[in-house]
Structure formats: C-alpha cells, structure tokens
Write a protein that binds this ligand. Structure first.
Ligand SMILES: NC(=O)C1=CN([C@@H]2O[C@H](COP(=O)(O)OP(=O)(O)OC[C@H]3O[C@@H](n4cnc5c(N)ncnc54)[C@H](OP(=O)(O)O)[C@@H]3O)[C@@H](O)[C@H]2O)C=CC1
Ligand SMILES: Nc1nc(O)c(N)c(N[C@@H]2O[C@H](COP(=O)(O)O)[C@@H](O)[C@H]2O)n1
Length: 252
C-alpha cells in the first residue's frame, strides 16, 4: 500500500475545507487494552497494537503536521514518533514524518534520545520541546536548554497559564508556529488533560483496542462522559488485524 487507507483520510477531508483556524485540528489517539490500560504496571511500555494497527498508526502520523507526547512518555518510552514502518516513498516525495513535539517544562528530555538521533540521521523532523513553567527556569534549566539546543532540538516557551488554560494556550502557540494538524499520542496525563478540554480542543478521537487484559496495576487515563449534545459521534468502527479501531468526531 503506497498511500494511507481511505478510511483514515476520509476522517480528515473536511479539514482542508475549513477556514483558517487559530488552533490546530487535534486528533487524540492511543492504544489501550480491553480493560482500558495504556501501559503495564509501573508504566511499562506495552506493544498493545498488533502489526496491522501499528501500521495504521504510522499512516495516521503522515496525516498530521505535528505529533505530541508528554515528558512522561518521552522519558519512559524513548519514542521515535516517525513513519519508519511504511513502505519507502519516492525519493522526491515530501517528508512524511510529523514534527515531534514534547511538553516538558523541566527540559528533562535527554539530548541522546532517539528523537534527536533520528533528526540528525534524517529519519525524523527536528523535535520541538515546549517548556511551560517559568518557575522551573533556573541555571539548571538553562543548562538543559543549552544542551538540548546543541543536540538539535528547538525549545519553545509557553507563558504560564492556569492548568485549565494550558492546553488551549499550547494549541494557539503551535498553530502560530505553523502546526495545522496535531496528533496527540499520550501518555496518561496528557490524554487526560486533552480529554478534559475535548469539547473545545479535540476534533477527532481514535482509539485502538487490543484484545488483551492488562490488569488493575496497569496505567489508565481519565475521560469525561461522552456528551452527545456537545457532539462526539462515532464515525468509524473497524477491525484492523486483531484490534478494534473506533473513531469519534466532534461536530464543527
Ligand atoms: N498505549 C499508548 O498508546 C500510549 C501509552 N503511553 C504510556 O503512557 C505512560 C506515560 O504517561 P504519563 O506518565 O502520564 O506521562 P505523559 O506522557 O502524559 O506526560 C506527562 C507530563 O506532560 C507534561 N504536561 C504539560 N502540560 C500538561 C498538562 N496540561 N497536563 C498533563 N501533563 C502535562 C508534564 O510534564 P512537565 O512537568 O515536564 O511539563 C507531565 O508530567 C507510559 O507508560 C507510556 O508507555 C504513552 C503514549 C501512548
Ligand atoms: N499505537 C500504539 N500502539 C501501542 O501498542 C503503543 N504502545 C503505542 N505507544 C505510543 O507510540 C510511541 C512509540 O512510538 P515509536 O514506535 O517509538 O515510534 C509510544 O511512546 C507511545 O506514544 N502506540
């Protein structure tokens, strides 16, 4: 397959027709177990997605300008967030990788992480690290900023906001920096934070559910009750390999 599957692209076709927005279109997406866990005990990273739905996730990545994770995921998983599982694109094709964006107030992302190594190797875009708490900015923070910048990252500053205003402010900043479409992959705290403002900040929720049970010690997340009046509606339900994939869209 040389292009993303039609059932994915059709989720986003209306975006192109929308007028200029002040925030990116946001897709909140992750893989979970049947009992609603996204990681194992102690945050152990789990291969929940089967090969087919993992491939789908990489196609989904190609449909977004940016891909966002929290510092917890960046430190725990050392992710790559690129599209390396896809068949090679023609040499003259535009870069299909989304820009990795890490929310990391304390700038704990290691300069030796895979995201920065991939950028240097040409297998990923330059990571942006967003620091949002001025109170963290001391000599140590400045040294970490300098080390990350030297390693190739771009460090962006987000003015301090209340907890409820932080995600909207982040989205406004990213749109001003050219991110029109944003895929939010996690982890638990970030999913919960986007979930809490989903009716204004999230356009699409796409959840892959793997047929396994992780147990009570696994890492879960919080979502508000679905409110049909404020419009998240199921627009796709399908089996991808052994996993079920459900997509919800918020009404415009
Ligand atoms: N199954 C799946 O699809 C996925 C699973 N995971 C799993 O999730 C786990 C990591 O989750 P978790 O530890 O919760 O870490 P997160 O990746 O959610 O990162 C949390 C951090 O993000 C920063 N942050 C900035 N703004 C906010 C905000 N408004 N709300 C919340 N956090 C904010 C904070 O860091 P700071 O103070 O540094 O700014 C916070 O500590 C791992 O076990 C990983 O394997 C992760 C992604 C997908
Ligand atoms: N779609 C999906 N399925 C799983 O089973 C997962 N564990 C995840 N995790 C997310 O993907 C990141 C890893 O990405 P790379 O393989 O390194 O590109 C991980 O950090 C989570 O964000 N996703």
């Amino acid at each position: 397959m040389a292009n993303p599957p039609e059932y994915l692209t059709s989720l986003f076709t209306s975006y192109a027709a929308e007028p200029a927005e002040t925030r990116p279109f946001v897709t909140l997406t992750f893989a979970q177990s049947l009992d609603g866990k996204i990681a194992g005990a102690g945050g152990k990273q789990l291969p929940l997605s089967g090969p087919e739905s993992m491939l789908m996730t990489h196609w989904l990545r190609t449909l977004h300008d940016g891909i966002l994770v929290g510092s917890g995921t960046a430190l725990n998983d050392n992710p790559q967030l690129n599209t390396r599982l896809l068949p090679p694109a023609p040499a003259d094709a535009p870069d299909r990788n989304p820009r990795p964006i890490i929310i990391d107030s304390r700038l704990r992302l290691p300069p030796t992480c895979k995201l920065l190594n991939n950028y240097k190797a040409g297998t990923g875009r330059q990571p942006w690290v967003v620091s949002s708490e001025p109170s963290q900015r001391d000599a140590e923070w400045e040294a970490r900023r300098d080390a990350l910048t030297a390693a190739g990252a771009r460090v962006l500053l987000l003015p301090e906001h209340s907890s409820a205003a932080r995600i909207p402010a982040l989205l406004t900043l990213l749109r001003a920096e050219g991110i029109r479409t944003l895929m939010v992959e996690g982890g638990a705290a970030v999913i919960s934070a986007f979930g809490a403002c989903a009716t204004t900040c999230v356009n699409t929720i796409l959840i892959t559910t793997a047929p396994r049970l992780v147990g009570a010690a696994g890492v879960g997340y919080e979502m508000p009750e679905q409110d049909d009046e404020h419009g998240f509606h199921t627009v796709e339900t399908r089996l991808v390999g052994r996993d079920s994939v459900v997509a919800l869209r918020r009404d415009a």
